[in-house]
Design a protein around this ligand. Structure first.
Ligand code: 3EB
Length: 329
């Protein structure tokens, strides 16, 4: 495990799941399945309804050398040690009529949890819920999510320059799952000079801008958390209907984000291929072979990555890619 990093991440073949459940260092395991689920008794055991879209199937394993303590506040269940808190929550579709309300409630509960537990800094957020591109109450559900998140973070007085890296993706079954990493102090927010900061997107993309940064650099832990990254330059989608074009634009965006992180404070992550977690969200699984080929052309045949089926938050985006540099040895 790197320097003083309090946790690390690795991808393991799905067949090893049962054996890894007995490993005392393993505190979280992310699986891609048909149904979203969070185990309240084991807040790191999370299933996301984004079925594997092809290739080798991996589960994502999080380890810590520390003994983590459990805690709970409202719907938020968590594990923590001196350095970090890992939390998750599930909200059923029937519990809220409106995505904005569900999201505002979730983030309010996360706020209360973190305040009580003494980890005020959000470092990385994952947000998953169904029918992300459908309209409801006159607003696309992703935009409604952004509105609810913005409202809660406003009430929280959350500083814009500390907004964490995030992903927000549409799942294929019911229920909102949010999981996150928080710390005692913020990381370094990394933005991308090729892109308008998402929190400054103009209102054409929704009544409230998306509250996230392009990456969080945890330089004292030697870690970098890269947000879901799409084929957006400035604030516009490029390469409509062109998977290959979107892929190359995403690569340019991710390489720029990694360069920016290294300017801020050098880190051993110099390319997406250095990341231990690479997750590719694919809107249309029929593009799986093309994406696998593009990855192979760029990184060779040995790169480990998760390829899952999920809906990206703009209907014209065909894929999105995120990375975590948080190595175990
Ligand atoms: C984008 O750059 C693409 O709303 O939390 C990527 C990562 C995207 C996170 C979020 C949205 C979010 O705007 C979409």
């Amino acid at each position: 495990m790197s320097g003083l990093a309090p946790f690390c991440i690795e991808l393991q073949p799905a067949a090893r799941a049962d054996e890894l459940l007995n490993d005392p260092q393993v505190f979280a395991m992310l699986r891609f399945t048909q149904k979203s689920r969070v185990d309240a008794a084991n807040p790191g055991h999370i299933d996301i309804a984004m079925p594997p879209a092809g290739g080798q199937e991996y589960i994502e394993v999080w380890r810590s050398p520390h003994t983590l303590q459990p805690g709970q506040h409202g719907p938020v269940h968590y594990l923590y040690c001196d350095d970090f808190l890992f939390g998750s929550l599930y909200i059923g579709d029937q519990d809220f009529d409106d995505v904005a309300d569900a999201t505002a409630h979730a983030y309010q509960e996360i706020h209360d949890t973190l305040e009580q537990a003494g980890f005020p800094a959000l470092l990385r957020m994952w947000n998953y819920f169904p029918r992300i591109n459908e309209e409801s109450h006159g607003l696309e559900r992703y935009r409604s999510f952004c509105l609810g998140r913005h409202t809660a973070l406003d009430a929280w007085h959350f500083p814009e320059e500390q907004l964490p890296a995030a992903s927000a993706i549409g799942t294929l079954s019911e229920g909102m799952v949010i999981y996150f990493v928080a710390g005692k102090a913020p990381g370094i927010q990394i933005e991308n000079p090729r892109q308008v900061s998402a929190f400054h997107y103009p209102p054409q993309y929704g009544p409230r801008s998306p509250s996230f940064s392009r990456a969080t650099l945890m330089n004292e832990w030697g870690q970098l958390y890269i947000s879901g990254t799409a084929s957006i330059v400035g604030h516009e989608t490029l390469h409509i209907d062109d998977v290959t074009g979107q892929f190359h634009e995403i690569m340019a965006n991710i390489e720029t984000v990694i360069d920016q992180a290294n300017y801020a404070s050098p880190i051993n992550c110099k390319s997406l291929s250095d990341c231990q977690l690479i997750r590719i969200y694919l809107r249309n699984p029929t593009n799986r072979d093309l994406v696998a080929q593009l990855i192979k052309e760029r990184f060779g045949p040995d790169l480990k990555y998760q390829l899952v089926q999920g809906d990206i938050c703009r209907t014209d985006l065909l894929l999105e890619i995120e990375g975590m540099y948080a190595h175990c040895q």
